[in-house]
Design a protein around this ligand. Structure first.
Ligand code: NAD
Ligand code: AHE
Ligand code: ZN
Length: 375
């Protein structure tokens, strides 16, 4: 609470579609129930690119993006009890206050405590902790990990085992946890058939977790042929490239044919609404369940014949894999340390903060699973 403003470097996005710019940013001390974190590493997720590009209807500029970070608590505001100075932490874009209607429902990981201000790019008191030469800069997803120092709400951070390298477990801040939760919280996958559309970090995480829980068949679907080797390495039993199908054959029809009526479970990990439809329609009549994980651009809508649902298919979705971060991430870190959850295997690229735009470039190359930015 007696803290001073910190000057550090951050990658600022000044406008939709613009590259990030390295700036000297002032980071104000944490207020009551806030935590200032020295960010050491951060992944780049496709959702950062989605907002940078201007496709996010909630996108605000100027902004400090980033939501897959790891760091050390530098200082805490009044009333903070959940973490202390020196703790190794992961910021959480899905808060967990344990007091709101959502948290108490036992039905969802979504938390209502800070979501409204988070969506406005502000801290819970409706102001920003970031300025560049006096100009306020928006926060992003309550995390803004593309800054060497960031401030988050105390309900939006979790301490993790110091034995775990932050350059790896930072990825639990989004992609790997999202994928893991989407599978382990879906009853019935053991012994069932699964199709995963999109083999980026999210899709690969869904594949490996499906294998972990004992799916009998895991069909990976991707338009990039280089993803076949990745998918198989992560546990896929089959790979289908929809662009290689016989002229006029829809991917869903092909999958229904090779699976004797359709998949038990499918996952969209692309964010493409046409793929979401295909994933639903690839489900088995009577019981197939399709989960939307991908995030679609502003204005995009999903459609299908309602008959698909009338005849027993279920369309659902999840944010952050349905995971309650403060409660569940410490266990995931232990699973990583015990070799039960992969993280290292996803890291294909490293970049310095000053070269973060190259990290976004890596993502567009199609050969990058995750780029970790060293701050
Ligand atoms: P990514 O870009 O690394 O991976 C996407 C993959 O989809 C690529 O391999 C690409 O080749 C493939 N693809 C593209 N078009 C396709 C098509 N028509 N058919 C089949 N495959 C196709 O992205 P990522 O980081 O893995 O994220 C995937 C999606 O999940 C994004 O939309 C991201 O915003 C979203 N996401 C959602 C959550 C959540 O909580 N719901 C969390 C993290 C990411
Ligand atoms: N702002 C977008 C939606 C973005 C979105 O769906 N975000 C996911 C996490 S993606 C992580 O890579 C999420 O958690 N959503 C729940 C929430 O409360 O934002 C839009 O379309 O408005
Ligand atoms: Zn993400």
């Amino acid at each position: 609470t007696t803290g001073k403003t910190i000057k550090c470097k951050a990658a600022v996005c000044w406008g939709a579609g613009e590259p990030l710019k390295l700036e000297d940013v002032e980071v104000a001390p944490p207020q009551a129930h806030e935590v200032r974190i020295h960010i050491l590493h951060t992944g780049i997720c496709h959702t950062d690119e989605y907002t940078r590009s201007g496709k996010d209807p909630e996108g605000l500029f100027p902004v400090i993006l980033g939501h897959e970070g790891g760091g050390v608590v530098e200082s805490v505001g009044e009333g903070v009890t959940s973490v202390k100075v020196g703790d190794h932490v992961i910021p959480l874009y899905t808060a967990e206050c344990r007091e709101c209607k959502f948290c108490k429902s036992g039905k969802t990981n979504l938390c209502g405590k800070v979501r409204a201000t988070q969506g406005k790019g502000l801290m819970p008191d409706n102001t920003s902790r970031f300025t560049v030469k006096g100009q306020p800069i928006h926060h992003f997803m309550g995390t803004s990990t593309f800054s060497q120092y960031t401030v988050v709400a105390d309900v939006s951070v979790v301490a993790v085992d110091k034995k775990a390298p932050l350059e790896k477990v930072c990825l639990l801040g989004c992609g790997i946890t999202t994928a893991w939760g989407s599978v382990v919280k879906q009853p019935g996958i053991k012994g069932s058939s699964v199709a995963v559309f999109g083999c980026g970090a999210i899709g690969l995480g869904v594949i490996t977790t499906s294998a972990l829980v004992g799916a009998s068949r895991i069909i990976a679907v991707d338009t990039n042929p280089n993803k076949e080797a990745w998918a198989k390495k992560f546990g896929a039993t089959d790979f289908v490239n929809p662009t290689q199908l016989k002229e006029g054959t829809k991917i869903q029809d092909y999958l229904v044919e090779i699976t004797d009526g359709g998949l038990d479970y499918t996952f969209d990990c692309t964010g493409n609404v046409h793929v979401m439809r295909a994933a639903l329609e690839a489900c088995h009549k009577g019981w197939g369940v399709s989960t939307v994980i991908g995030v679609a651009a502003a204005g995009q809508e999903i459609s299908t014949r309602p008959f698909q649902l009338v005849t027993g298919r279920t369309w659902r979705g999840s944010a952050f894999g349905g995971v309650k971060g403060r409660t569940e991430i410490p266990g995931l870190v232990e699973d990583y340390l015990n070799g039960k959850v992969k993280i290292d295997e996803y890291v294909t690229h490293h970049r310095k903060l000053a070269d973060i735009n190259d990290g976004f470039g890596d993502m567009h190359q199609g050969e990058c699973i995750r780029c970790v930015v060293d701050m």
